[in-house]
Ligand binder design. Structure first.
Ligand code: URA
Length: 184
């Protein structure tokens, strides 16, 4: 399947209640040939309006810090665990994650990335479980690289604290940037 075909399925998905409240689904954005895939939790207010992941305050911080280390957002691919905005930006439920992640799995198979960057604990926990790893908590896993074998070859997983958590806790900016630097 191509990324466009997967995106089309996501945009017309009505498998879970989040589809009823969305303005639009947010399949993902960026370079389909990227070696690196960033995976956040779920769209927020602005992502739901614009249909593009990480365009709100957290996304702007991510874009700025990536640029500061020489990575352009257009060169990577960014998506989320849940493709529709949960009300009040709550965490997606287990059921919503279970119904939505076949799309993420399909995207990963198509992208066949060399590096997966889960942003935040929801994404980190999902990716670790998917690849048989034990999640020990965001602050412990931040910037710690794991290598796993997948159907598309060896992949590095580098979890990074979520930019929204950095906005809430500005003293964590250095650990955020240090973790991103593991990509270069
Ligand atoms: N937070 C996320 O996890 N994803 C987005 O797309 C925006 C904010």
């Amino acid at each position: 399947m191509t990324l466009d075909e997967i995106a089309k399925m996501i945009r017309s998905c009505d498998k879970c209640p989040l589809s009823k409240e969305r303005t639009q689904a947010v399949p993902g954005d960026g370079n389909p040939k990227s070696r690196v895939v960033f995976i956040g939790e779920a769209p927020g207010f602005w992502e739901d309006k614009e249909g593009i992941p990480f365009v709100g305050r957290g996304g702007k911080l991510l874009t700025k810090k990536l640029e500061s280390i020489g990575i352009l957002r257009k060169d990577v691919f960014i998506t989320n665990i849940a493709k529709c905005r949960p009300p009040d930006n709550r965490r997606p439920t287990k059921e919503e994650v279970a119904l939505c992640t076949p799309y993420l799995n399909a995207q990963l198979e198509t992208l066949a990335p060399e590096i997966i960057v889960p942003l935040g604990a929801t994404s980190g926990e999902f990716i670790f479980k998917k690849y048989g790893l034990t999640w020990t908590g965001m602050l412990k896993e931040n910037g710690v690289e794991k290598r796993i074998n997948t159907i598309f070859g060896e992949v590095k997983i580098i979890p990074v604290i979520h930019p929204a958590a950095v906005l809430r806790n500005p003293h964590r900016t250095d650990m955020f940037v240090d973790a991103l630097k593991k990509l270069i």
